[in-house]
Design a protein around this ligand. Structure first.
Ligand SMILES: *Cc1c(COP(=O)(O)O)cnc(C)c1O
Length: 433
């Protein structure tokens, strides 16, 4: 079917990008488990390699199953195109790679997934890139952090794990004025709860590992391009606006217009970095996305009930869910994610670090894992796991202090989730500090 705004989200999450298999009529998208694709003749091969014709060459670059997923996510996000890759972290590198070169920097929110803080504060330095971390509620600080060498502004829509909502409209005004793209990690919200492009984002990145797949089976990532940024307005983005030496002098923006970033991502990014999504992973994620809106509705409904219950529990010091009227981000969440504030939040236990450890060990329905956005409820003590590489100031800024536990609410019965939390909190309360 042809995609477009005339269809609603629930229809597009099932149909966008998919058509009956032209060879067999298969209704479900087949897993094209093939490394290479036969050229019709030598001219066809040459046209494909010159990017004069779109088609399949080799699965490091493009694969028909992955292509359906790319089109589906791009449609749900309201973007011009998308490139899938092997993980969420790969997607972040794929998003930055065409924009940065040695000596250039990004402005990043202090409230990010712990692994992203490490990737940006440590690993990208090996490429000669750097990140300046700023509190994104302080708009003046974001503005003044941007300098001549800044090439992107990066934040999460709903920041993992602290229940923080970024004012995407305000941040996009700042990045627009500075002439640099805004990149939004939309993993925790998904396009069902938040569509960052509608708030001014240039690029949207995803860890498809989480809610989009929704069943904890495969890792994957995606970079969606809004198609709205004018890469040629300055000389800051030569990979897109100037002849590309790694593609025999082709100028991506001039040749591909609003699909410049997407084509560069495939023709240079995947070709040379090789962080490719495999067709099996694309299949599992396509299966997951078919029920995305239904699952997100239940995640939100359960998170509302459970967080409100937790807020009243004697052993709980505070709950950081933006869907609670007590949250400082409650009003903002109605504007940025009108369908709900997600399924992820943290609780702080009065008993501190030791109580957190006992609590996590006592849960029965919840699994103690380094993952989120699964159909099943998950829990993690961030300070001793995902955020342990961070110093205590970084942990605090990310909402991952020692007395804090991160909870990813699943789609089980809310009564069962609450009963499990109750018994574990009561066991944790008996721990002496
Ligand atoms: C998990 C996660 C990532 C990293 O994704 P992987 O698929 O694990 O590489 C990035 N950002 C957020 C918000 C995440 O939750």
């Amino acid at each position: 079917m042809s995609d477009g705004p005339r269809y609603g989200f629930d229809t597009l999450q099932i149909h966008a990008g998919a058509r009956p298999d032209p060879a067999t009529g298969a209704r479900q998208t087949p897993i094209y488990q093939s490394t290479a694709f036969v050229f019709r003749d030598a001219d066809h091969a040459a046209a494909l390699f010159n990017l004069q014709e779109v088609g399949y060459i080799y699965s490091r670059l493009t694969n028909p199953t992955v292509a359906v997923l790319q089109e589906r996510i791009a449609t749900l996000e309201g973007g011009a195109g998308a490139v899938c890759c092997s993980s969420g972290h790969a997607a972040q590198i794929m998003a930055l790679f065409p924009l940065l070169s040695p000596g250039k920097n990004i402005i990043a929110s202090t409230r990010l997934y712990g692994g992203t803080v490490t990737q940006f504060s440590q690993t990208i330095k090996r490429f000669g890139w750097s990140a300046k971390f700023v509190d994104f509620d302080d708009e003046a600080a974001v503005k003044s952090a941007i300098d001549y060498n800044t090439r992107a502004v990066f934040c999460e829509a709903i920041a993992n794990p602290g229940g923080y909502i970024t004012d995407l409209g305000a941040i996009s005004e700042i990045s627009d004025a500075a002439g640099v793209p805004l990149i939004v990690d939309n993993t925790s919200a998904t396009p069902y709860l938040c569509r960052p492009i509608e708030h001014g984002a240039t690029l949207v990145v995803h860890s498809t590992t989480k809610y989009l797949t929704g069943n904890g089976t495969v890792t994957g990532g995606c970079v969606v391009d809004s198609g709205k940024f004018d890469w040629s307005v300055s000389d800051k983005f030569p990979s897109l606006s100037a002849p590309e030496p790694a593609y025999h002098g082709l100028t991506f923006h001039q040749t591909f217009g609003e699909l410049a970033f997407t084509f560069h991502g495939i023709a240079v990014g995947l070709r040379d970095l090789g962080m490719t999504m495999n067709p099996q992973a694309a299949h599992y994620t396509l299966m997951g996305i078919e029920t995305l809106s239904l699952r997100m509705q239940r995640h939100v409904e359960n998170a509302q009930l459970v967080s409100a219950w937790l807020e009243k529990h004697d052993t709980v010091d505070r709950v950081t869910y933006a869907g609670l009227p007590t949250s400082p981000y409650y009003e903002r969440s109605k504007r940025i994610c009108p369908n709900g504030a997600g399924g992820l939040f943290t609780i702080a236990l009065k008993g501190g670090y030791e109580a957190c450890v006992k609590f996590v060990e006592s849960l029965e329905i919840f699994s103690h894992v380094a993952n989120l956005g699964d159909a099943r409820s998950l829990v993690i003590h961030s300070a001793s796991t995902t955020h342990r590489q961070l110093d205590s100031d970084q942990q605090k800024a990310a909402g991952a202090s020692p007395e804090v536990v991160r909870i990813s609410i699943g789609i089980e019965d809310a009564d069962d989730i609450i009963a499990d939390l109750d018994q574990a909190l009561n066991k944790a309360a008996s721990v002496k500090n």
